[in-house]
Design a protein around this ligand. Structure first.
Ligand code: DP6
Length: 410
């Protein structure tokens, strides 16, 4: 299937022409049908850094409260390596999850102090959490040029995750996503912002400054981050929803997370990404990731599951291969990670079910499969794979549609 073609552009807008399959189910809203031909048009505005600098009025509101829930996401094409201030070395694509999420309540009230630092308190599961403070303080420092009004307030952050804290699941994506959305709700209160598209783009932009993958935790079901010529509107500053409609099979796709090692990450993502600078295979990895994005785009549209399985697993193994061949090197899989992968290969061979695995920068295994074989795969997890999980624990999740506003000024 040919890629989208930019048929008109005048910075910063582009009008892209996307050729979908003849299958009308794949059509997104906003298409024209001429005779037998189907033409899908999409207008994208690609924001620049300066577009995100707050230009509205100062602190007109004395106090308020807002709560957002943002999902975790699982990358199919991985972000590994960065440049500049939190810009990806290659584009990535992820599925937003549904039940693995962070809920954050932000209360704010006027703060007269003229401190340079943003004033905040942080509670995790109801108790103060000093170990989270440095990351959040850094986040506020980075976003301050874009949301200077946060210094006019004292911010009280109360956050919790649906997944156990010590599960080896990174909470930075959902956590930074939820916090960025709360800050954007404050901006909306102050400026009367009505442009929902801008709201989401800026939330993703801010979240990225906290943690790269967090910029993919704002929308769903499939999000692309990093500029790629075949993805209209894609860019390095924020994540965008996959344009042109995904195959329906992916809308209900399942992700079961097998908790092989619930401990702290062995390699922090900052360190891991840095290992890609000067990595002997770095440049070829970045080229390969771009090629995989092209393949993934077609798969997302045509629902070719054997291709999906091959590509997703190859991406996961390549991520680990990068860590195995960096200096210093890291072996992040555990013996049980391999037991699970090998059992999965056998299961696939025996049943023909299209179940794939993917990995993050750790030992846990995500199993991805269509909803229609859900009960067969979940029986297999319980009977064969559970034994390889720490304390027999795993989480059942599915693709979700992005973050949700839970309450505002209640
Ligand atoms: C392996 O987003 O955690 O999960 O930007 O330093 O916070 P920072 O890194 P982070 O990296 C995630 C890497 C990954 C792959 C991915 O999610 O794309």
């Amino acid at each position: 299937m040919p890629g989208p073609e930019v048929i008109w552009w005048r910075r910063p807008y582009s009008l892209d022409l996307i050729w979908p399959d003849d299958d009308k189910k794949l059509l997104p809203p906003g298409h024209l049908i001429f005779g037998k031909g189907i033409f899908v048009f999409q207008i994208s505005k690609i924001m620049k850094d300066a577009d995100f600098v707050y230009k509205g009025p100062g602190s007109l509101k004395n106090e308020g409260k807002v709560t957002w829930t943002a999902p975790s996401n699982i990358a199919l094409v991985k972000y590994w390596g960065k440049k500049g201030l939190q810009l990806p070395a290659n584009p990535s694509l992820s599925l937003s999850l549904s039940t693995s999420a962070t809920t954050t309540e932000l209360s704010y009230w006027s703060n007269e102090s003229s401190d340079e630092e943003v004033s905040f308190d942080l509670f995790f599961d109801g108790s103060p959490k000093p170990s989270f403070r440095p990351k959040v303080a850094d986040f506020f420092k980075r976003i301050l040029p874009y949301v200077p009004f946060i210094k006019d307030y004292h911010l009280q952050i109360k956050t919790s995750n649906t997944f156990p804290h010590s599960s080896g699941i990174a909470s930075s994506a959902s956590g930074m996503g939820a916090l960025a959305l709360c800050v954007m709700s404050l901006e909306k209160e102050l400026s009367g912002l009505e442009d929902e598209d801008y709201f989401l783009k800026k939330a993703s932009f801010l979240a990225r400054l906290g943690s790269g993958s967090a910029c993919r935790s704002i929308e769903g079901p499939v999000v692309v981050w990093g500029g790629h010529p075949e993805y209209p509107g894609s860019n390095d500053l924020y994540g965008v929803r996959f344009a042109g409609g995904i195959h329906p099979i992916f809308e209900t796709y399942r992700d079961s997370i097998l908790l092989v090692d619930k401990g702290q990450k062995k390699v922090s993502s900052t360190l891991g990404h840095n290992l890609m600078n000067g990595h002997p295979y770095g440049e070829s990895r970045f080229t390969h990731a771009n090629q995989n994005m092209s393949r993934m785009r077609d798969i997302m549209r045509n629902g070719d599951l054997p291709e999906f399985v091959q590509l997703v697993e190859s991406e996961a193994l390549t991520l680990h291969a990068m860590m195995l061949t960096s200096n210093p090197y890291f072996l992040l899989m555990r013996p049980n990670t391999l037991h699970i992968i090998e059992s999965l290969f056998e299961f696939r061979q025996d049943t023909g079910y299209q179940v794939s695995f993917t990995l993050d920068a750790g030992a846990n295994v995500h199993l991805l499969y269509p909803n229609e074989i859900r009960s067969e795969v979940e029986d297999f997890i319980a009977s064969h794979l559970r034994a390889f999980c720490e304390q027999g624990q795993f989480l059942l999740d599915r693709v979700g549609s992005g973050a949700e506003l839970k309450s505002e000024n209640s």
